[in-house]
Design a protein around this ligand. Structure first.
Ligand SMILES: [Fe+2]
Length: 413
């Protein structure tokens, strides 16, 4: 079914539900006072059975007193519920059109209020019933509550969509005597298969000299299937600037120790991965390095493998002895302090921590591999020797808070 037809069907269903809801309200209001009391009495009796301790063992006269006491609030609650569902249905119906959220919210409550007025008028001409303005207000307050809850949900969803769509660009100036020209490096970390088009636009706008992708561009399944979107992203990046890519833990199928939903498991990348990447114009660096224009760039493959979580020492030692301005792609920022800081490596770019997912007072809350309130989640560390990206993925069900997705730009001078 096309999107347009689905929308029409949804409107028809909601329209029918609104009419049914209105008919139910009308039907209750046409009951005589006696019949209405009988109905609310039955409901009050059931409520008493559930809420009053040892109700069944009490004498009949006491039971009647309790039921009579409950009848009034039960009747009002029933009215509120009828109008709460009417207001919510009208609001949902109006939400099938775009724009004017507050108008739809107010319009739905007004509709319920006006129908409550006609309902009271109906009751005023029904035998043994009466009309009261306070009842109109009680009915309308039901709609006010339900519509307010719906409004909150809509705002939360729209807020999440806006947050998901937002990508920040963070620029970090770094000085190093080995560099005698402008060197602008863009970092795109942790896409996790997220659509690349808006990211490519942002990368292009930064006019970088290099693009670095330090892992988790996709996950193991995405990598094995070699998703066209992955190839396209690499191709687009390579068309902007020389692009280097290293493997993160998700590309190796190495999930985090202690994650109850994902057991650590080893899935090796396809044998011809380097060739596939090369066809896009990008370069895959798997514990390997490349020299160009006075730079040496090394890609450190994630060392997370079940219980073990350590980088390849030989690669690091070999890279430390290399010439030129040394740039290391290292997915895990937690490797920096322990394995990389002591070595003469000029710049390390990382991802993995996703900025700590939620940021409170400028600090991340949780990062895999570092736990609660992790130290290495975002920004420049050690005077710019290590720069950590908050990542570009919006793939998890838990939304990011105060932590937009991020393209990192490093200006080395
Ligand atoms: Fe990761």
């Amino acid at each position: 079914m096309s999107k347009k037809n689905s929308l029409i069907l949804l409107r028809v269903i909601l329209g029918i539900l609104i009419l049914v809801n209105m008919a139910i309200i009308f039907d209750f209001s046409k009951q005589t006072g006696e019949k209405s009391s009988e109905t609310s009495g039955k409901v009050a009796y059931s409520v008493a059975e559930v809420t009053v301790p040892q109700f069944d063992e009490k004498p009949k006269t006491e039971q009647q007193k309790i039921v009579q006491k409950l009848q009034h609030p039960v009747r009002k609650a029933a009215h509120m519920a009828e109008f709460a569902s009417l207001g919510a249905l009208v609001f949902l119906f109006l939400l099938t059109w775009k724009k004017g959220l507050w108008f739809k919210y107010g319009g739905s409550i007004l509709f319920a209020f006006l129908y409550a007025c006609t309902d009271e008028a109906h009751q005023s001409i029904t035998s043994q019933r009466s009309a009261q303005f306070s009842d109109i207000l009680i009915d309308a307050s039901g709609a006010l509550i339900s519509c307010s809850i719906l409004l909150l949900v809509v705002c939360l969803i729209r807020g999440k969509q806006k947050r998901d769509a937002r990508i920040a660009v963070s620029v970090y100036p770094v000085s190093n005597p080995k560099i005698d020209r402008r060197l602008r490096i863009a970092v795109a970390a942790d896409l996790h298969g997220t659509p690349g088009e808006p990211i490519v636009e942002l990368l292009r706008a930064q006019k970088p000299d290099l693009i670095l992708i330090p892992g988790d561009l996709t996950d193991d399944r995405g990598l094995r299937l070699w998703m066209p979107s992955t190839a396209k992203f690499l191709q687009d990046c390579a068309a902007i600037a020389p692009t280097y890519y290293s493997l993160g833990n998700h590309e190796l199928g190495c999930y985090h120790k202690g994650n109850p939903f994902r057991k650590p498991r080893k899935i090796t990348p396809p044998d011809d991965l380097a060739e596939r990447v090369a066809k896009t114009g990008a370069v895959l660096l798997e514990n390997s390095m490349i020299a160009r224009d006075g730079l040496t760039i090394c890609g450190l493959t994630s060392g997370l493998d079940g219980e073990k979580n350590a980088p390849d020492g030989d690669t690091l030692n070999k890279f430390a002895e290399a010439e030129g301005f040394k740039i290391l792609l290292c997915h895990h920022p937690e490797y920096y302090a322990k394995y990389i800081r002591p070595l003469p490596i000029d710049l390390t770019v990382c991802g993995h921590a996703h900025g700590g997912h939620w940021r409170v007072f400028g600090r991340g809350v949780y990062a895999p591999g570092q736990g609660l309130f992790p130290k290495y989640t975002s920004g420049a560390v050690d005077g710019g020797r290590c720069v950590i990206s908050c990542g570009l993925g919006n793939h998890t069900k838990i939304p990011r808070f105060f932590n937009p997705r991020e393209v990192v730009v490093i200006d080395v001078e």
